[in-house]
Design a protein. Structure first.
Length: 229
């Protein structure tokens, strides 16, 4: 069963808008908005968060919140759920984290993989960890990646928001460190800064247990045009 997502915000409009945006990337994922207070004011509502958690499917729930008191409200609501082990709070930026989590959930990732995908969206760029013993004296480079791939963007719009979200969400759920044209492939924002258009080549490098799977995942998306014209 697909993981559900709950969005907690001080603003009802922000929660609804973020949920609407993420739903465009992951149409099969249940995304529930719990923004604002019961009277429509700015703030958070324990009742609204509890209602969203109760409405969520039984496959597990990842909660994302915008500001400090929203986190506190979410944590309080989580204490009342019947299955506390099936609900986790992600320490992630609300919009980018939600989109990455939604894409990961759409791809069938489990509870903690979806949480990692959300949190990776706000993490600093990851670089390969190179043991000191593997770096020659006076060298500034370490061992090469475990797997690499070179592909050409064929979809009309190139690497815009939706393809970037699909790449980032899928990669964040894998046990691999991956770069695409030198930026962190688990960061939707970093990928979009490339402004890569149709016909442009992309170079993928991956390290880790899922390195080969990561390169194949990105290659498959690119070669299928991300399902777009």
């Amino acid at each position: 069963m697909t993981i559900s997502l709950v969005v907690v915000s001080h603003s009802e409009k922000i929660a609804d808008g973020a949920a609407e945006l993420a739903a465009q990337m992951a149409p099969d994922v249940q995304i529930l908005a719990a923004g604002g207070t019961m009277d429509g004011s700015i703030g958070t509502s324990l009742e609204r968060v509890l209602a969203a958690l109760e409405k969520a499917a039984d496959g597990g729930v990842v909660v994302l919140a915008d500001l400090g008191s929203a986190v506190m409200t979410a944590e309080s609501a989580m204490e009342f759920v019947d299955n506390p082990h099936g609900v986790v709070l992600a320490d992630a930026p609300l919009v980018e984290g939600l989109v990455a989590a939604a894409v990961a959930a759409q791809g069938g990732a489990g509870l903690h993989a979806v949480k990692r995908a959300a949190e990776a969206a706000g993490a600093p760029p990851r670089s390969p960890e190179v043991p000191a013993a593997q770096v020659a004296e006076g060298s500034v480079t370490g061992p090469g990646p475990d797997f690499t791939g070179d592909f050409e963007l064929i979809n009309q719009a190139g690497l815009h928001a939706r393809p970037a979200a699909r790449i980032a969400g899928g990669i964040a759920a894998l046990d691999a460190r991956v770069t695409l044209n030198g930026v962190d492939a688990a960061s939707m924002t970093a990928l979009m800064t490339l402004a890569a258009g149709r016909g442009q080549g992309i170079h993928v490098q991956a390290w880790g247990l899922d390195a080969e799977r990561a390169v194949n995942y990105i290659g498959g998306l690119v070669q299928a045009g991300f399902g777009e014209p």
